[in-house]
Design a protein around this ligand. Structure first.
Ligand SMILES: Cc1cc2nc3c(=O)[nH]c(=O)nc-3n(C[C@H](O)[C@H](O)[C@H](O)COP(=O)(O)OP(=O)(O)OC[C@H]3O[C@@H](n4cnc5c(N)ncnc54)[C@H](O)[C@@H]3O)c2cc1C
Length: 760
């Protein structure tokens, strides 16, 4: 129920902790359905909102374990994912070859893009006073206040929120605790370095034989690993293959369901027997239970739930959470060849060896001990859900304040419908809510998309219902309207040009003065203090850092600005660029408050280059068009013919008074117009395409000096510079340049360490 009316000026704030599938979907629903001013703060400790552990894999062979027909993000629109896949068919062609239909198992990586695009679309179409703010940070504390709470971030920033959603998802389990000082051989399956530096012939031990083990086997197969792979778990059960099956009619209601685990097992066995005798597959019997599994679980007494956890969980998991047929085929092939063995046993001891580790395993049935000598041990034991002991800093903090109550059976937190948390005193919190994995003890089946999407929608509805009603002010009418684009209020545009003398690069600050929303285009790492100062002076909030292309002459400041402000990094679509929050293609529109930025695809200088047309009046041309010149075309997929076509057939068709703002100028010029460049640019004016190509192919320019370090660093949005690129770059620079690079590297190494620390 709505609690009260308020006319307070600060908008109501909902903080969402965790930007995986669950957090992103709650934010999406809030953006789509809020009918009053609202700020949604979405805080994600990793760099990619929308992906979480499940969908941040970069490996194309890691497929969804639910087919596309059942993975729509919206329960009320089951065909949504399929339509999105169809709509983006050309852009996604590199990810999977086959034609998509409802039974296709798509790569998890593609699903991550889907979630990101849903959130972006909801953000772009939300009313201007319903706003999403993204933070790349970790929430470490929630301190209740008279109204709402103060949220503390690891970066020492804090802010107030009226409601807090804990969308914390999956934390990796600890491997079997065996004392051994040298753990250098031990890696976590979800860390970036799980298989790094592994000799292709080296034997590997995977602890755990569930879905995470399957992921590791696929990764090893993908990198053509030749060494032996041992997978060990207590029962040695591994996920079973999906198979198309005729649906089985529901045979049970929560009311008629047995109330003991034994009764359950008995009933299920009989039903499977009956079903198979009628030509049904056993999988269809299990699947028919899905709509009522949560209710059945909730009806079991605690002692029976514990019995289920002790004896049946692994059996339930392998039958219920099955794998795509093509994934199963890889596993079966490796088993048949003898390269992979899956066995039941218990790890007893690790003994470090000069080139690996000897692992002593006690076999389940025979109790015979045997030793495996391996070079790497990978923890594939899956998700940790015991919040009584969870080392997660925020959970530990909430536990110590009695703001949450861990579930008595060691699975998640006690919750009320639709996700309000219980305090340790047994009260239903008006402040803290959750969904997904933390509700496992209450709901059992709660970690997969078909369950999460419903929870996200219900929770967002309940959150909006719980907020005090706020009234909107009548918007101030713009004083002046641009004559060419009457729909765009010109007076709200703030446009500033900044210069980096070292590389002669321009950065542009563009903002809506009324809302304070701002974007920086092509920021330079060494100049971010200047940029931050300007934002602060002008009272602006940085929403986006936008790149025109992958720069070769300087490292972008985007990654660092994201760290400091929570802004999103948006780049032209380019598979080489990782760590961006979103990518853009030509024709897309980005709205910053009321400022409209249109992306214009302008390849030629480099393959993935975009110019930005701001409010139809200011054109940021990047390196496609300079004042009286243009960018080079001899690397990064550049092509002179393409550049000529793009400039003459696209940019030169804009109105003559369109202002031209390039990414560089080496002679102190700041701005031109399309009309001027059409007349006076010596590369294009009165030049044929062939003449232009000849000019460009004979420029004989040396490569930018720091290119070996800048390009790889920009592929990571400036977050860090890969070590090998540094070494290459360092080998060819002067002393002064070396000092400059070292200064940059120190900054980036810190970021690099922070980044990976999260996954270890
Ligand atoms: C490897 C794997 C594969 C899967 N495959 C499928 C599948 O094919 N189909 C399916 O339906 N389900 C699948 N799942 C289930 C999966 O749990 C859900 O689909 C979904 O991704 C869960 O999303 P989530 O947001 O609840 O959790 P997560 O994806 O774990 O996201 C939680 C996020 O919260 C962030 N976070 C945590 N604490 C903090 C903090 N204090 N501050 C800031 N950020 C924080 C984390 O960094 C993380 O990004 C898979 C799960 C895994 C692990």
């Amino acid at each position: 129920m709505k609690s009260s009316f308020s006319t307070a000026h600060t908008p109501t704030t909902i903080a969402i902790v965790g930007g995986g599938f669950s957090g992103s979907l709650v934010a999406t629903h809030l953006l789509k359905t809020a009918t009053q001013p609202l700020t949604i703060k979405l805080i994600e400790r990793s760099y990619q909102i929308g992906k979480g552990i499940a969908y941040s894999t970069n490996n194309n062979c890691h497929l969804l374990n639910v087919s596309a027909g059942n993975m729509s993000a919206f329960a009320h629109d089951p065909g949504h994912l399929l339509r999105w896949l169809q709509y983006n068919r050309d852009d996604l062609a590199g990810f999977f070859a086959e034609e998509v239909n409802p039974s296709t198992f798509i790569p998890r990586k593609v699903y991550g893009l889907y979630i990101q695009s849903i959130l972006a679309e909801a953000e772009a179409t939300a009313p201007s006073d319903v706003r999403l703010e993204r933070f790349t940070d970790e929430v470490v504390g929630v301190q209740p206040e008279e109204k709402g709470a103060m949220i503390s971030l690891r970066s020492s920033r804090c802010f107030a929120a009226d409601r807090v959603v804990l969308a914390l998802g999956n934390s990796p389990s600890a491997p079997p605790a065996i004392q051994n000082n040298d753990q250098s051989y031990l890696r976590n399956a979800w860390s970036a370095d799980a298989l790094a530096d592994l000799d292709p012939d080296a034997p590997v031990l995977l602890i755990g034989t569930g879905l995470t083990m399957v992921d590791m086997v696929l990764s090893l197969s993908d990198r053509q690993h030749r060494g032996k792979i041992y997978a060990v778990s207590r029962r040695g059960l591994s996920p079973i293959k999906h198979q198309a099956a005729q649906p089985y009619p529901s045979f049970l209601t929560p009311e008629t369901a047995p109330k003991t685990v034994r009764g359950w097992l008995h009933l299920l066995r009989i039903e499977v027997k009956t079903a198979t005798s009628q030509g049904y597959d056993w999988r269809a019997v299990i699947d028919s239970l899905r709509p009522i599994t949560q209710k059945i679980w909730q009806q079991l007494p605690t002692s029976e739930q514990q019995r289920f956890l002790r004896h049946l969980t692994p059996y339930w998991d392998v039958h219920r959470h099955r794998i795509a047929p093509q994934v199963a085929d890889v596993v079966i092939k490796m088993l048949d060849s003898g390269q992979l063995t899956i066995s039941a046993g218990r790890i007893q001891e690790y003994q470090a060896l000069p080139d690996g580790v000897a692992v002593n395993v006690c076999q389940r049935k025979t109790h015979v001990n045997h030793t495996l000598q391996v070079s790497r041990v990978v923890n594939c034991t899956g998700v940790a859900a015991d919040y009584r002991r969870s080392p997660h800093p925020l959970i530990a903090e909430l536990r110590s304040q009695n703001l949450i109550r861990p579930n008595a059976i060691g699975l998640g937190l006690d919750t009320d419908t639709p996700g309000a948390l219980y305090t340790a005193d047994g009260e239903v919190s008006q402040l803290l809510y959750t969904l997904g994995t933390p509700r496992k003890g209450d709901l059992w089946e709660t970690i997969a998309v078909p369950e999460l999407r419903g929870q996200a929608q219900e929770l967002s509805e309940a959150l909006l219902q719980s907020l005090p009603v706020r009234v909107r002010a009548i918007p101030t009418l713009p004083l002046l309207t641009d004559h060419r684009t009457p729909e765009i209020p010109h007076s709200t545009l703030l446009f500033r040009q900044f210069f980096d003398p070292e590389t002669s690069s321009y950065t542009y600050l563009i903002a809506d003065q009324q809302t304070g929303d701002a974007v920086l285009v092509d920021p330079v790492l060494e100049q971010i203090d200047r940029d931050l100062e300007s934002l602060e002076e002008l009272g602006l909030k940085l929403r986006y850092c936008l790149e025109t292309h992958l720069h070769a002459d300087h490292i972008t400041g985007a990654g660092k600005l994201r760290q400091k402000t929570g802004a999103q990094v948006i780049v032209p679509q380019n598979p080489a660029v990782t760590k961006a929050d979103r990518s853009l293609v030509g024709g897309e529109i980005l709205k910053v408050g009321s400022v409209v930025i249109e992306a214009i695809s302008t390849p030629g200088h480099s393959a993935n280059h975009i110019a930005y047309l701001v409010n139809k009046t200011h054109l940021l041309t990047g390196d496609a068009l300079f004042i009286r010149g243009c960018g080079r075309t001899d690397f990064q997929g550049g092509d002179p013919g393409t550049l000529y076509d793009v400039v003459t057939q696209r940019l030169f068709t804009l109105p003559d008074d369109t202002l031209v703002y390039p990414a560089h100028d080496y002679k102190g010029r700041t701005v031109s117009t399309i009309g001027e460049e059409k007349r006076l640019n010596p590369r294009f004016s009165n030049r044929s395409r062939d003449q232009f190509i000849t000019i460009m192919n004979n420029l004989k320019l040396s490569y930018p000096q720091k290119m070996n370090a800048t390009v790889p660093a920009n592929e990571y949005c400036g977050d860090f510079i890969p070590q090998e690129s540094l070494e290459l770059a360092m080998s060819s620079v002067t002393d002064e340049e070396q000092k400059q690079i070292e200064r940059t590297v120190t900054t980036n190494t810190e970021i690099y360490n922070d980044y990976f620390a999260m996954y270890i």
